[in-house]
Design a protein around this ligand. Sequence first.
Ligand SMILES: Cc1ncc(COP(=O)(O)O)c(C=O)c1O
Length: 420
Amino acid sequence: MTTRSVNPDLLARTSIASTIPSSELHRVFRDADDHERATGAPVTKLHVGEPYFTPPPEVGRALAHAVERGLTGYTAVEGLPELREALAAKLAAENGVDTDPSRLFVTPGSCQGLAALMQAVAEPGAEILLPELHWPIHLQQAILAGLRPVFYPLDRNYRPDPDTVLAAATPGTRLLLLNSPANPTGAVLDIATQRALLDLARGRGWQIISDEAYEHFVFEGEHVSIASLERDVPVPERIVHSVHTFSKSLAMTGYRLGYLSTADERTAKALRIVQEANLIAMSTPVQYAGLEALRLNHVVRDNHHMVLTNRNTALPAVRDAGLLPELPAGGWYAVLDVAPTGLTAEEFAADLLAVKNVAVVPGTGFALTPRLDARGRVTSAEPAPWSRHLIRIAMCVEPHVLRHGVKELLDFAHERGGAA
Ligand SMILES: Cc1ncc(COP(=O)(O)O)c(C=O)c1O
């Protein structure tokens, strides 16, 4: 299990950023590459959340066309007006979210949108509630924004219960982060849970950040944008900020194109300052590519279908072997519990790579619980003990890669006496 602690003398002179643990994913990437170089054997990469489908060619043509037409100057800090109009229409039609282009921002990937939003809403020292099993970047972003992370428990299917969220909160809580479908768990929040969480947040004076990166990959139930549940609330009283991306739905990971809708004008004003300071503006040709991408709903549906087929083909065997409680209801990943093998997640991942040339990510990297000093610097970060046997695999990879990787993983688990 990884434990990271910082020398107190050094800490007195260090920035917040320099104390934040790097994402475990980067280490796994390095390990997989080193292993490939050292052995010459190709690694089956189940650690990477990079889809096997590619961006639609129309999108690339729209980008090239913008460049050819000389549309390469700065745009407004919030993004191209026509793209923001189109995004407001998409949010209204598809997500049921009532927004206005004045509260919409185009961002270089939703990652930057999330980080900027946290900076825009953070009160110094305020607490943010994160799921105990979370995307490690959310944690890094929160600490960088000067927030103090507090974790809410998840049930055995990785869903939050509003009562336990409330129990985790403190008087310093100001923000609640929701991620549905979730990375890494694939959990999808149903409408009743989201309504209860919204009521809770409203009653307590919290704001909600809703990360909907995987909105088009819901396989059971339906995607509910929590902002749609407050569409009848007057704008100044709304509390939900929604963050979206083109990266997943259209495989546009390298285009770096996301967008977010702030709940109210006050947050939009603060966010404008954050983006002025960080961006000046988004890439202009990429925004024209985004305008084209919004017309390609049929591709989004195909991509959904490809991940669903992968899930339904490869993962039942993992569930039947007793390593997965249920198929993920959404997203691109599954969290496996390898406790029956007797190995820790780190041992399992390292041995699986060494013996079967298959790379997976230890779940401990998604469950770090950092301690912060009074100035918000991380003094230590240990994985929660219950994450000791969890690993994450990606199900967005080529079907034959997924099938092969899962077969090797199950063989390995059997050899270690740990799969039914
Ligand atoms: C939960 C979640 N949110 C946001 C992102 C950011 O994606 P992008 O910056 O490419 O939009 C990712 C990427 O893996 C993610 O898993």
